[in-house]
Write a new protein. Sequence first.
Length: 164
Amino acid sequence: MIRFAVISDTHGNEYSALRAIQAAGDFDAVIHLGDYAADAETICEKLGKPLYAVLGNCDFVHPPKGDFGNEYVLEAEGARILLVHGHRHGIDVYSSFDARQRALDLHCDALLYGHTHIPEVAMKDGILVMNPGSPARPRGGSRPSAGLLIVEDGKLYPRTVTLD
């Protein structure tokens, strides 16, 4: 079993990023879905935890040190998970269809994305779709949030974590 703290769209607010990661509870690694992945890099270095990240449309402002791309297929515990920010995969507040299709084309079990700042956990097109929202700049009436994704024997257990 592996437990991922999932965050996105931290926009330079390391304090909110750390709160979000801590709110996920026990975790083995961090996933950052873009827009200031450098925030997660700094935190993961201090905590000694692995980081899986992708670049967002704002990562050129304060680029991370790591060699992250626009998408990444994470293989964990028998599951394949596509990580994207969303700005290059047709994601907006109305649809994640293009990104879901990309996940299906890559034989993934899940799509994790950011960009909208709105949390989502749903099954669509037979795959898990998860957006942790934003701990720093929530939108659409949502509260600051993060995610927890537990992967065990190829099964995915997602949860949105709202920050108080």
